[in-house]
Design a protein around this ligand. Structure first.
Ligand code: NAD
Length: 478
């Protein structure tokens, strides 16, 4: 008997979790539950992480965690427990199947069956943010090659195992050539290994528009963290209700399953929440641990319930729905339908849908890295870029010269335009002259000069090439 760690969470969490656990128990799944407490109560008891060491121990021992939504208190330095858990446990793949249940759940997209595979650990969610000048704050977007490779391989392996035909990649590599560029590049490399699965890439803005307008065009869609966060909610919502979708968070050793929605405090304690999202998460969990028969039984009972018109208020539509029920009664109906098959919606067959070993990234031999220059970021209230350049030229070294200044990425010196708005945040690029090289001791000298000349350096970035390929962006307009 497999032990699952369970957290009932906040808001509607306890109601939808009780409903879900009752359905799992009634299905005959060979599982037992170990309850832990996470979320609001833990935060407010003074633990800013929202989770106790005992709770971590349970999750790490059982390796499978079914979690109801939790409330992150606003302000007060509380970190999102969801992000902490995904990253601490290395749950790199967030998988969100979104399909419509036409004509039983009202949707503009009757033939939608999309799986969003979202990278779960990197991107802007590294949460590394700094204020650098009076006017400018920064958030670091970190994308790693192993991070890209793991999630992209996951998407292709998922497609292979579940008989899906196409994997689409969304990125914004026309603008972010290094970060999103790496994601797209690794996508092309990995896609080449899966000749039986169609692949394509869309720039995320037009891809998002296409997904919202014509979701039936897509099959499996893989994307970096931020786009995936936003677009998986869009995809779930356009199936009919955000309350209907579940998600899995998969890592090399642990996995966490949940609904995609939040704790819905506006409807908590009223027995009106739809437990379907968490139930879908639980079905993904049962598949993951090999309880295929129970997963299939619950899914077919749930489809039967939806198609019989027994609906919670979020999907209840006068005319097409038959009976408005509460959370508890919805779960009781699913339990009563446990041996039934849906008549109009296709019954599911989960044969072969067990867990697969999450793919690993391949080891790459280290590239030859060469230092080519340095970007010195400066805080200066001066409005005229030529004056900033004059000041920065005063710290130049023998053979290391100021090449360019940008402001919010756009080149403003040399030959800037008066029309360009400048903040007090300047990126000043220094490069060695001609064929000369630059080394780190010269960087130290440059920064030493900056102190002497009262240049307010807020940070620096080294400019490298890797295996001879330039590995930094040019200034816009350079
Ligand atoms: P939410 O998803 O909780 O609610 C958005 C809207 O959808 C509300 O009107 C709500 O009533 C409705 N809704 C959500 N789930 C429903 C369900 N199962 N049945 C019927 N209606 C449902 O989003 P929010 O209001 O932005 O966030 C509330 C809290 O949840 C916040 O503290 C947030 O941090 C947290 N949150 C947690 C998670 C998680 O634990 N994974 C995810 C998102 C938000």
């Amino acid at each position: 008997m497999k032990t699952i760690t369970v957290a009932k969470g906040d808001g509607i969490g306890p109601e939808i979790m009780n409903a879900t656990l009752n359905i799992i128990k009634a299905s005959g799944a060979q599982v037992q539950f170990e309850e832990i407490s996470v979320g609001e109560k833990v935060y407010l008891s003074g633990n800013t992480s929202g989770i106790s060491p005992d709770a971590w121990e349970s999750i790490r021992r059982n390796k499978v965690f079914l979690k109801a939504p939790i409330t992150t208190p606003q302000g007060g330095g509380y970190k999102s427990l969801n992000v902490t858990m995904r990253k601490t446990l290395g749950l790199y793949a967030n998988v969100r199947p979104c399909n419509s249940l036409h004509p039983f759940v009202v949707t503009k997209h009757p033939v939608m069956d999309v799986v969003i595979v979202r990278e779960n650990e990197e991107d802007l969610y590294a949460g590394i943010e700094h204020q650098q000048t009076d006017d400018v704050v920064q958030c670091l977007k970190l994308i790693s090659r192993p991070g890209c490779e793991k999630i992209i391989r996951y998407a292709f392996e998922y497609a292979k195992q579940y008989g899906r035909k196409k994997v689409t990649c969304f990125s914004k590599d026309n603008i972010m050539k290094q970060t999103d560029g790496l994601f797209h590049k690794v996508f092309k490399e990995v896609a080449a290994e899966y000749s039986d699965i169609e692949n394509e890439h869309w720039i995320v803005d037009i891809g998002a528009a296409k997904l919202a307008d014509t979701p039936e065009y897509f099959d499996v869609v893989v994307m970096p963290n931020l786009y995936g966060d936003i677009l998986s909610d869009v995809a779930a919502q356009i199936t009919g209700s955000v309350g209907m979708a579940g998600s899995s968070n998969i890592g090399a050793s642990c996995a966490m399953f949940e609904a995609i929605h939040g704790s819905a405090p506006d409807i908590a304690g009223k027995n009106i929440a739809n437990p379907s999202g968490l139930l879908q998460g639980a079905i993904l969990m049962l598949k993951h641990i090999g309880e295929i028969e129970s997963a299939e039984k619950i899914m077919n009972a749930w489809l039967t319930t939806i198609e019989s018109g027994v609906h919670t208020q979020d999907i209840y539509t006068e005319g097409s729905s038959k009976q408005l029920v509460g959370t508890k009664e919805f779960a009781e109906t699913v339990i009563a339908n446990l041996d039934k098959q849906p008549k109009t919606l296709p019954a599911v067959n989960f044969e072969g849908h067990g867990a697969f070993i999450p793919p690993k990234a391949t080891e790459k031999k280290p590239a030859v890295k060469e230092l080519l220059g340095i970007d010195v970021f400066v805080d200066d209230r001066e409005k005229n870029p030529n004056k900033v350049a004059e000041k920065l030229q005063s710290i130049e070294l023998e053979g290391v010269k100021l090449e360019m200044i940008t402001n919010r990425g756009i080149k403003v010196w040399p030959n800037g335009f008066d029309e360009t708005y400048c903040t007090n945040h300047w990126r000043c690029r220094f490069k060695p002259e001609g064929d000369q090289k630059i080394d780190k001791s010269q960087i130290v000298s440059l920064l030493g000069n900056a102190i002497t000349k009262d240049v307010d350096v807020i940070k620096t970035e080294n400019l490298y090439s890797f295996d001879g390929e330039l590995a930094f962006s040019l200034g816009q307009g350079q």
